[in-house]
Write a protein that binds this ligand. Structure first.
Ligand code: MG
Ligand code: MG
Length: 272
């Protein structure tokens, strides 16, 4: 079901999204070779609770963790483990937070030290495709306009677009309507409405689009064992245009990255 939000509700959702953004910023300073994803998970839970929120994933669909940490060929839904992170890994960290009855849901794929150039390229293109998709989230457009833009952009690089997992509406439920696939045909699907809040989240594989699930019942990996990237933002439709509720600014501050990629989706500058 599609549930448009009032301006007041959107401001509450911004609070939840920014708690997740800050959590990812904290993770950016802690994620390094030798650290385990289970350690990161504990830090994230403490951080979220310290900020007056509760972890959004833990307990939802029986999820055991605060973070979902997907390493290398893991696409999404990786459960935190005791395996130490290694130089050259990529780690997609997906995080949710619940505050004032509203969810934030936001993800970033981290490079650990020097990663292979072709992997770096995958991350860059996947993140660019997120903004290519967000640009299509506007009044007059339909659900598949976002997905078709993401698909066209990433397939032009020879990458595989995951079909089985999609973005979604966001609100008092982690997953509301509409489903937001990262593929599709221009002009198809439900019309976007003012006040809609969605999580747009391209999951892009270097090789085949095909996936399989590990025996843990959670972790989704690529069929061919090649790496996969995942970036996710929470976006509200305000005055007919997309506005970011989440931000990578805390991650970039921690990593010393300068970027203006979010500026076109923000009406007021963000103080970080
Ligand atoms: Mg997520
Ligand atoms: Mg999501």
């Amino acid at each position: 079901m599609i549930i448009p939000k009032t301006r007041e509700q959107i401001e509450l959702m911004r609070e939840s999204a920014l708690i997740v953004s800050k959590t990812l910023g904290m993770i950016a300073t802690e994620i390094k070779p030798g650290v385990t994803t289970l350690q990161l998970d504990r830090m994230a839970e403490e951080f979220i609770r310290d900020h007056g929120a509760v972890p959004g994933f833990k307990g939802l669909y029986d999820c055991p963790s605060t973070l979902l940490t997907s390493v290398n060929d893991q696409i999404v839904h990786g459960l935190p483990t005791n395996r130490p992170i290694e130089e050259g890994d990529i780690v997609s960290v997906d995080c949710g937070a619940l505050k004032n009855e509203y969810y934030g849901d936001h993800a970033y794929t981290f490079e650990i030290g020097e990663v292979a150039p072709e992997t770096k390229k995958l991350l860059q293109v996947t993140k660019e495709s997120l903004y290519v998709g967000i640009r299509e989230f506007k009044i007059g457009n339909r659900v598949e306009d976002v997905g078709s833009a993401i698909q066209r952009y990433t397939e032009a690089h020879g990458y595989g677009v995951v079909r089985e997992l999609v973005g979604h509406g966001l609100g008092k439920k982690m997953h509301e309507g509409p489903e937001m696939p990262n593929y599709g045909k221009r002009g198809r699907g439900k019309l976007f409405v003012e006040g809609l809040v969605v999580a747009i989240e391209p999951m892009i594989n270097m090789g085949t689009k095909n996936i399989r699930q590990l025996k843990d019942g959670w972790t989704i990996v690529t069929r061919d064992g090649k790496p996969s990237a995942h970036f996710e933002h929470d976006v509200a439709l305000i005055d007919g245009k997309p506005e970011l509720l989440s931000t990578f600014a805390y991650v970039y501050k921690a990593l010393g990255i300068v970027s203006d990629e979010e500026n076109e989706f923000r009406r007021e500058p963000l103080a970080v």
